[in-house]
Design a protein around this ligand. Structure first.
Ligand code: HOZ
Length: 438
């Protein structure tokens, strides 16, 4: 399958030129700039519309979308029931700054799916959710330090932009400028899957660590899978140390199972953060967990957190419609089957193109990463050994053939329920041609 000659992006280029006058790097979130996949000059496509498994750019090119807005679009784009729910609510007003019954209805769905969440707060983004969860953990324990893992990304608040993944890793700023040293000093970091390092650090900082926070399946260093004893061992270590265990399930929540990674691996964290799928594509996130911890939040307790758009009715309506459609066992069986099929397609194509032993595909259900490294890739240090130039070529090759992968080695690709045999056939053709020409 040859790249189509028509795939020039004249209109996207013009839009990018205009956007660069207004936004740093022409974008409102760094990875969207495509600067790490050899397209710094050219820039990204600009999206005109999306439906089902496809994005359409300003120049009319269609792409099978493996980004899915970085996770939320698990039903595919513009699902008619979700669109209908948003439209219905919009006719009654977009935001009130007052409570609605929708909030409790969505909370009930969340608590049923994730029983570790006894009380929660809705906020507007995953960044906010983690920032507040950490404040609550500190308020509850009276301790200041947190322990996070190299390459895990927990949003863009100060205390977690230390050895961070996602765009921070992609653009070489894992320790962001502008974060006061007095803040960063409270963030301890260890390699993912390294229990001995966790134990040692918790021992060194005895009675000081408020929370151990992690993506239980990492998505923001590319996909990293927890080894068998890692999550249970971590839960035990945190308990012994008196630190709260926080699962950042912004990516994995409702994706790996109805109850996210905590259901899949049978762990009950003290606090959980959710986002992405929760809002069905609208800005919505949440943090929640044990009642006695959450009751420290104002107005019941001394930990302050607030937000004008928290529990926004449009986001609640979109989230409810999404979870109503999604939370069925058959959907998760289908996502797993799709994931296994895409894995096979990509590995076969790589082998046929002579890349068989040179890549490592990490997958958990419907999220995966093709690392351009022989593997195993079990932590961020392994991921960072990837051949990012080859990854860039892979990204461009797939893009030219109508398949949109995340534009960074350190991000997860996501499948959605709108994908079917037609899309997989296109992916298989694109992958074979791409690997053959890398
Ligand atoms: N940090 C997000 C991915 N892990 C990217 C968000 C975006 O650019 O939309």
């Amino acid at each position: 399958m040859k790249p189509r000659k028509t795939r020039s992006r004249t209109r996207s280029h013009a839009a990018y030129a205009e956007a660069q006058k207004h936004f740093p790097g022409g974008v409102n979130s760094p990875v969207r700039s495509w600067r790490s996949v050899g397209l710094a000059g050219e820039g990204p496509f600009f999206v005109a519309r999306a439906k089902g498994a496809e994005l359409v750019d300003l120049d009319g090119h269609r792409y099978i979308d493996f980004v899915g807005s970085w996770g939320p679009m698990i039903l595919g784009h513009a699902n008619s029931k979700v669109v209908g729910a948003i439209r219905k609510q919009a006719a009654h007003g977009a935001s009130y700054g007052c409570p609605t019954e929708l909030e409790s209805r969505l909370a009930l769905r969340v608590k049923k799916a994730l029983p570790s969440i006894e009380k929660l707060r809705f906020v507007s983004s995953g960044s906010e959710a983690v920032m507040h969860a950490l404040r609550v953990a500190r308020g509850f324990t009276g301790r200041e330090k947190i322990l996070k893992f190299d390459g895990c990304y927990h949003g863009a608040s100060d205390g977690v932009l230390v050895k961070a993944g996602s765009g921070a890793a992609t653009f070489g700023v894992p320790d962001s400028a502008g974060v006061p040293a007095s803040v960063a000093q409270h963030t301890l970091t260890v390699p993912f899957n390294d229990l001995a390092a966790v134990k040692s650090l918790l021992d060194t900082h005895r009675d000081q660590v408020a929370a151990v926070v992690l993506e239980p399946v990492v998505g923001n260093a590319g996909v990293l899978l927890p080894e068998d004893d890692f999550l249970p061992g971590l839960a035990a270590c945190a308990k012994v140390a008196g630190a709260l265990l926080i699962f950042d399930e912004v990516m994995t929540g409702f994706r790996l199972a109805p109850g996210g990674a905590q259901q899949k691996f049978g762990i009950r964290p003290d606090l959980t953060t959710l986002g992405k799928i929760l809002g069905g594509g609208l800005p919505c996130a949440a943090y929640g967990g044990r009642m006695e911890i959450m009751d420290k939040v104002a107005p019941l307790g001394p930990v302050y957190q607030a937000g004008t758009l928290s529990g926004n009715p449009l986001a609640m309506a979109a989230g409810l419609a999404t979870l109503d459609l999604l939370l069925k066992p058959e959907n998760y069986a289908r996502l797993e089957a799709l994931g296994a099929e895409v894995e096979r397609i990509l590995l076969d194509a790589a082998k046929a193109g002579g890349w068989g032993g040179k890549i490592c595909l990490n997958r958990a259900g419907s999220m995966f990463t093709v690392f351009f490294h022989a593997g195993p890739v079990r932590n961020f240090a392994d991921a960072a050994k990837s051949d990012t130039a080859a990854f860039g070529k892979f990204f461009r090759g797939m893009l030219d053939r109508g398949v949109y992968f995340p534009p960074s080695q350190y991000e997860a690709a996501f499948l959605n329920l709108a994908m079917g045999p037609k899309e997989l056939k296109k992916v298989a053709q694109a992958a074979r041609a791409t690997f053959a020409n890398l």
